[in-house]
Design a protein around this ligand. Sequence first.
Ligand code: TXA
Ligand code: MG
Length: 339
Amino acid sequence: MNVPPVDARQIDRAVAILRQGGLVAMPTETVYGLAADADNADAVRAVFAAKGRPADHPVIVHVADSIALGRWARVVPESARALARDFWPGPLTIVLPRSARASDLITGGQDTVALRCPSHPWAHALLAAFDGAVVAPSANSFGRVSPTTAAHVLADLGIKPHGKIDLVLDGGPCPVGIESTIVDLSGVAPRLLRPGLITREQLQQVLGRTVEAADADAPRAPGRLEKHYAPRTPLALVAPESLRARIVEFAARRLAVLAPASELGSSDPNVVLALPAADDPDEYARLLYANLHRMDASGAELLMVAKPPQGPEWLAVQDRLDRAQSGAALLPNPPIQRL
Ligand code: TXA
Ligand code: MG
């Protein structure tokens, strides 16, 4: 992946904006985040307002290094240090009992705080220069597909005065493409709250113990709510072997299709956009949101996505697709219910 070299002047501008309580969209290795000074309550409130995000949804505090664990968490177990040692900087978020520095605004009133140290060179440069911490939810309107390019952020949130934020740092397309893995270390047993590039198996290997699986109704991770990561257009997951039949069945509708190249026909008149799906799970994840954004903008009335294979390495992608499907506006017409 080609990440453009960090532009020091842009970083300086971003730091000045953060110090004044402004909002900066920053590239991370997972998705673009909407950064604001974590120690400035008004700035944190402005993030929620720009996203249209409910106040009880906690945000992740992004830090420059693992030393910051002890500033934001009142207890830092050896398990957290071990995970930070192996996976930071990188796409892993660790939930710990909060310190007094983590306000109710950040934690949604919970007694825990989520911490992450991103590896993207631009995010890293920003955090190092800012010499503080930033909250950074994904830089999209609440409930919409997360942004993996600067253009996605501009199209959704936009720059003031017409838009909602102060600056977008363009660090190229995000190399991971889906949000960080979240592991909760605040309870008796470690628990996976959101699957991501770093798998449960990898966490277990480092911790030397079982990590409880992501629980469908885990109450503490609203990112796991349905109606998240959803395109505006209805989306249907279909078995790859029935894709051809579905395309024909929906001949009267404009479709956008994401499926293995072998399943894509060459000339279905109702298919306005056909995107080949990667057969490697990490590559699939990297392109997933960009593909959903493209399909959503294609003028299609229905997005058809071939179900990816089973298996633990596909869990994070499967999780995002399930949510995209359940969150997408339902087509008023009954046939979609049968897919
Ligand atoms: O990859 C990522 O994590 C991206 C980039 C920008 O770093 N950020 C991101 O933020 O995905 P957001 O706000 O879209 O998702 C944050 C998730 C939510 O599901 C939230 O519920 C969970 O983190 N979270 C935050 N604080 C938590 C806490 N104290 N306990 C449990 N879950 C928490
Ligand atoms: Mg998000």
